[in-house]
Design a protein around this ligand. Structure first.
Ligand code: GLP
Length: 240
């Protein structure tokens, strides 16, 4: 596990943005595994900036997103599909037909999960960007006795619902369920970049870097993957 500690959120975003841009430049038809939440927004801004300056193109790039609320329509402004369109896809030259996220309005959830895992296997993720929940979740793989291998429907913990309430008018509007890649799906990525910013992530980052490997902190399993880079700011690193 490679660890990069930056001064602040802006530097964390720039470091991750640079790394992703290098990967896209060296393999223009690469498959990006993308994440939502507040943390990667700065990375998406950084990449958009490079695109606007004519220094980066996503024309041949594809993407697969980690997770999506369930049930939710893709046109709902709270959906992760909508988030990705606004924060990145609508701002660069990626072909949206090559961008994928779990279908939050699928009627048959099991079939949707199976289809998504088949898609991941078919496409092969070159680099997976991850944020981290303050309880150590990745995607929506919440702390549990047993973690899932593949894409699955999951109930969000009260802590995650309260953490995500800042994006909604009230906590009661936060969806209680989501479809998420499993830990096994995430581990299929050739390379993983884990981002963390702020003191609220410090305990989770301490566990990932110095703690035991435990399903009660799903991100701690990442130290078993052969190519993980943690990029976090000083606040997120403060308990290590
Ligand atoms: C969300 C997402 C995760 C994200 C995490 C942290 O619930 N499912 O993919 O990494 O929580 O979010 P944030 O970056 O807003 O702190």
């Amino acid at each position: 596990m490679k660890i990069i500690v930056t001064k602040n959120y802006e530097e964390m975003s720039a470091q991750a943005g640079k790394l992703l841009a290098e990967i896209i430049k060296s393999k223009p038809d690469c498959v990006l595994g993308l994440a939502t939440g507040g943390t990667p927004v700065g990375v998406y801004d950084y990449l958009t900036d490079l695109f606007e300056r004519g220094e980066l193109s996503f024309a041949r790039t594809s993407s697969v997103n980690l997770d999506e609320y369930y049930p939710i329509s893709s046109s709902n402004s709270q959906s992760y599909r909508y988030f990705m369109n606004k924060k990145l896809f609508d701002r660069v030259d990626i072909d949206k037909a090559n961008t994928f996220a779990p279908n939050g309005s699928a009627e048959d959830v099991l079939a949707e999960c199976k289809k998504y895992d088949e898609l991941i296997d078919r496409m092969g993720i070159d680099v997976q960007l991850l944020g981290i929940g303050r309880n150590g979740h990745i995607g929506f793989n919440e702390p549990e006795d047993e973690l899932h291998r593949g894409t699955h429907l999951t109930a969000l913990t009260p802590d995650t619902i309260s953490a995500n309430a800042r994006f909604f008018a009230s906590v009661s509007e936060v969806p209680t369920h989501a479809i998420t890649m499993g830990i096994g799906s995430v581990f299929k990525a050739k390379k993983i970049i884990l981002l963390a910013s702020g003191k609220s992530k410090a305990d989770a980052i301490r566990q990932v870097i110095t703690g035991g490997i435990t399903t009660s902190c799903p991100a701690s399993l990442l130290c078993l993957h052969p190519d993980v880079t943690v990029i976090c700011d000083e606040d997120a690193y403060s308990l290590v």
